[in-house]
Design a protein around this ligand. Sequence first.
Ligand SMILES: [Mg+2]
Length: 134
Amino acid sequence: MNRQAKILVADDDRIVRRIVAVKLSGLGYEVSEAEDGREVLDHIENGEVPDLLVLDSLMPRVDGMSLIRTLRANPDRRISSLPVIMLTSRGSERDVVDGLEAGLDDYVTKPFSPDELAARVRTVLQRNERAAGR
Ligand SMILES: [Mg+2]
């Protein structure tokens, strides 16, 4: 099990970012934060590719959905197959459907339980490790 997996949390709401970061770092993950999708792309362009991305759907500049499409279209497999969990708003089924079609791995609806998010993070990471044959 990948205990030291690197997770990048992107949300324009600082409080949500902190809740996610505190929960996941408390479980031993190495957590970084980004304010929007543009910052996520900056991280990746600087060679800081996380093992998993927790992504808010509604963010200024580059939103969650645009970011997923951009990542999935990247020629580098490490980036195009980067696991993504999206934080969606209640009542935005369209976001969920579009997200899943765009290659989203899983999602939670805000307001979410940090325990549920942590369980989904663990599951997606394990599924990804199995797929990679590790
Ligand atoms: Mg937002």
